[in-house]
Ligand binder design. Sequence first.
Ligand code: NAI
Length: 347
Amino acid sequence: IGRTALRSALRTPTSARLFSSSAASNRAVAVLGASGGIGQPLSLLLKNDPLVTQLRLFDVRLAPGVAADIGHVNTPAVTTGYSPDGPEGGLEKALEGAEVIVIPAGVPRKPGMTRDDLFNTNASIVRDLAKVAAKVAPKAHLCIISNPVNSTVPICREVFKKAGVYDPKKLYGVTTLDVTRASTFLSGISGAKPSETIVPVVGGHSGVTIVPLLSQAAQGSSVQAGEQYEKLVHRIQFGGDEVVKAKDGAGSATLSMAYAAAVFTNSLLRALNGEKGVKECAYVESPLYKDQGVDFFATPVTLGTDGVEEIHPVGKISSEEEKLIEACVPELKKNIEKGVSWCAENP
Ligand code: NAI
């Protein structure tokens, strides 16, 4: 490949979906936890997103360095690093005028840990970041990656409610990695292109709360029941464990998560810019299972200029999937209650 061709290949998006743009607008995106395993590649991918005009990178360590490095990439997003004692200022400065805030701050899993084992550390990190966001950027869209997502998202709601600035349309738990994994794993079986293998994943983001709706995927008909089906569902639900095990103590999924979060952020920005019909699965405050005490539930949502525009129902599902939902709902309820009551005790 010649130099010119290489340069042009680097400029040509490899995934139309990841880097597609619709209109030029000023979009300031802040990443909190930007120096971490997810934060760094996510920040790089966002720097490569033509819809991002300002990229604010905050972390308790190293963010000015990460920003200096990423800032040399010749794409338009103006990149600034913020740290508690850095020259550009700390968290408040990073959030001033931010329209989208993506939060991967926290600790990741080690082998043998569940996402819930991270609760004690990450709950207070997310609460403290959300408090500042509610004060400095109350109208921003908040995309939560820090685990356990099932509980950290309700924690953010409580913080925003207490500050009197909660808007359910602007709070999202990022579950895109589950959708990404489902697509990859099913396409590995069916042989169809991953880009054409779309599997809605509903519920929450841990273990049995992750419910892939294979019956709704065009290629899913080959694996509707039986051992292969069960194995595939298990792999989607516990795919994160494969990475935790393979990294052998060095953390959990970071690169695939960064990709998934960049996809979600790009979708949100396209919707904010007025593109119609942008749909992603996300863990949002939802009426669907409220009668069973579950305030948050992931389903496909249509995003619009104000955030969540329409929450789509689960739709027609198989009897196997009904059983998966039955297992998901009580677990999700516990996770949500845990976040809400922790917040009441630790305001
Ligand atoms: P990491 O430990 O590599 O990075 C976390 C970063 O957060 C570090 O740079 C750390 O300095 C920073 N940090 C800690 N406290 C902070 C604070 N108060 N303010 C700002 N930054 C702070 O961890 P990694 O692998 O990047 O994972 C981050 C989180 O994402 C974990 O909770 C992990 O479980 C979660 N995760 C979520 C997934 C999802 O699908 N939603 C998938 C994979 C991981």
